[in-house]
Ligand binder design. Structure first.
Ligand code: FEO
Ligand code: CA
Ligand code: CA
Length: 530
């Protein structure tokens, strides 16, 4: 029934079946029907301030990999793991490749650098090598748990990797960027590569001032510009990584801004639609529609006017843009300025975006907008007219509102499991956790909204991260039996190695370590109908 409704919803601009979540493929089966007959099974946890990864009844975790773990003879697992994406070797495979983003540095933990000191190039290089991403070859062992394949060809991409632009014109004088960093969330392509998004790039090599060669470094940089003369225009892109070769490219056509994610839909005719939010106060929602099948280069980038429900093309042929920018490349480099000129709607820090596998709606987490008095954020729905992802008109509504009523705040990463249940993480900033107006929420957590049964639509907290951490990058294995999850920045408020604010995951006196865990358990199995 649900499958039929969903397919009716899809209409003529339908996505190909290959990109539909397995739930939609499989929900005719007897086994999946069991989901709708579930009685109350989720026992949520209360907010916690423990220095532990606390999980709800029916869930357990095992550590997969931590910062500094050896990958090969020259490379180690990077810092601040965020987005994860599992790409199986074959459908429901027990082997596959796990991509992991490494978002940003905490220099004290990586190079020993302390505020006020003069940074050395050795320290800068250590820091730059700790961001970007990891390509991990993983397998399910005989006890059902995931592990790195010993001796396999694990790879790294980092802040010193050479990455070309997928564009015909040079970007700030070069066809090549050095490095990727601030890799926040991402997406998976139909051909099995991943997209990794450069979010707060201005923290690394500053921001370019439109119409000037000057660089604005007033964004809390790491001092890397003392050693590397990189242009800010080389960062803030969506980067595609071939998981087999490790080769990457930066997709200029998707625009440059603080990309949180890149959520990709393949239309029935092979063209692609990519949704991406710009995680800044009063920044915008974008979508790219390719002009030809399979292209992330040829197509049009649109920015959303939510008030009017229209997608506005960011095209130099619009005289409001041609009077300010010299060509299309400049429009794409300065999306924030171009979007504002076109009258895009300011949003409350648009973060992750996922497609609801049952309704086809687009869910978008808006974390907060403190200057506007929105401390708890909301999850919104964007509903394209005619159920067509290529539509240029849409409507939107608030789906879940953060705050004490529903028991969550600052929604960030979203994931649907194979049962169509929604999982999402929260992101209170480290400096604001445990203080008003967040004191009742404990540490950052993971939340679950069951799809069906008597608990359908309720919000349950199902995990709480260790001190100062943020749970990020939830991603389900196609069989629904494993949830890959990043535990990012435990102990982030530490500014003295003698006074650590977290010792997770090793405990005792150990330094805290960003870590990817695998979550298993009967609750997952029941929710996923496996
Ligand atoms: Fe890196 Fe917007 O979170
Ligand atoms: Ca995020
Ligand atoms: Ca966030």
């Amino acid at each position: 029934m649900k499958r039929r409704n969903f397919l009716q919803f899809l209409g003529t601009g339908a996505v190909s079946m290959s990109l539909l979540p397995p739930f939609v493929h499989a929900c005719n089966s007897e086994e999946k029907r069991r989901i709708s007959s579930l009685t109350s099974l989720v026992n949520g946890i209360a907010p916690s301030s423990e220095d532990e990864l606390v999980l709800a009844e029916g869930l357990s975790f095992k550590r997969l990999i931590s910062f500094g773990d050896v990958l090969n003879q020259t490379e180690t697992f990077g810092f601040n793991n965020d987005y994860t994406a599992f790409v199986p070797d074959h459908e429901n495979s027990d082997k596959g490749t796990l991509w992991v983003n490494h978002e940003y540095t905490h220099d004290l933990f990586i190079s020993g650098y302390k505020d006020g000191e003069i940074k050395t190039k050795t320290q800068a290089d250590l820091e730059l090598r700790s961001v970007g991403g990891s390509i991990l070859r993983v397998q399910r062992s005989s006890d059902g748990q995931w592990e790195l394949i010993p001796g396999a060809d694990h790879k790294r991409l980092h802040g010193l990797s050479e990455i070309p632009f997928n564009w015909d014109q040079p970007i700030a004088g070069s066809s090549l960027a050095i490095g990727t960093f601030q890799n926040c969330s991402g997406g998976v392509t139909p051909w099995g590569s991943i997209l990794t998004c450069e979010e707060n790039y201005q923290h690394a090599f500053g921001e370019a001032i439109h119409g000037s060669d000057e660089v604005d470094y007033h964004h809390g940089t790491h001092g890397w510009e003392a050693f590397y003369d990189h242009r800010p225009e080389h960062y803030g892109w969506v980067v595609e990584v071939d998981l087999t070769t490790g080769k990457a490219q930066k997709h200029v056509a998707l625009g440059r801004f603080c990309h949180e994610c890149a959520t990709l839909i393949e239309l029935a005719d092979g063209r692609l639609v990519v949704y991406s939010g710009d995680d800044g106060n009063d920044q915008f929602l974008y979508k790219f529609i390719s002009a030809v099948p399979g292209s992330l280069k040829e197509g049009t980038l649109y920015v959303a006017n939510i008030d009017q429900g229209v997608w506005m093309p960011m095209d130099i042929s619009d005289e409001r843009l041609s009077s300010v920018f010299k060509d299309q490349t400049e429009v794409l480099i300065h999306c924030r300025k171009a979007g504002a000129i076109l009258g895009a709607t300011p949003l409350d820090r648009p973060e992750d975006i996922e497609i609801d596998p049952v309704t086809g709606d687009i869910l978008m987490a808006c974390t907060n907008n403190k200057p506007k008095g929105n401390y708890h954020g909301q999850i919104m729905k964007v509903i394209e007219d005619g159920g067509d992802y290529a539509s240029l008109t849409f409507r939107s509504e608030v789906y879940l509102t953060g705050g004490s009523a529903l028991g969550f705040t600052c929604p960030d990463n979203l994931a649907f499991d194979q049962g169509g249940n929604l999982w999402f993480t929260g992101d209170m900033s480290g400096s604001s956790m445990h203080k008003a107006p967040y004191e009742t929420f404990g540490n950052n957590g993971l939340f679950l909204v069951p799809r069906s049964g008597p608990q359908a639509g309720e919000v349950f907290q199902v995990a709480s991260g260790p001190m100062d951490s943020e749970l990020t990058g939830p991603f389900f294995h196609p069989d629904g039996k494993t949830l890959f999850l990043s535990v990012q920045h435990p102990g982030e408020q530490t500014n003295d190695l003698e006074n650590l604010t977290s010792h997770w995951p090793d405990g005792g006196d150990a330094l805290p370590k960003p870590t990817v865990v695998c979550i298993y358990g009967p609750l997952l199995d029941i929710l996923n109908g496996v």
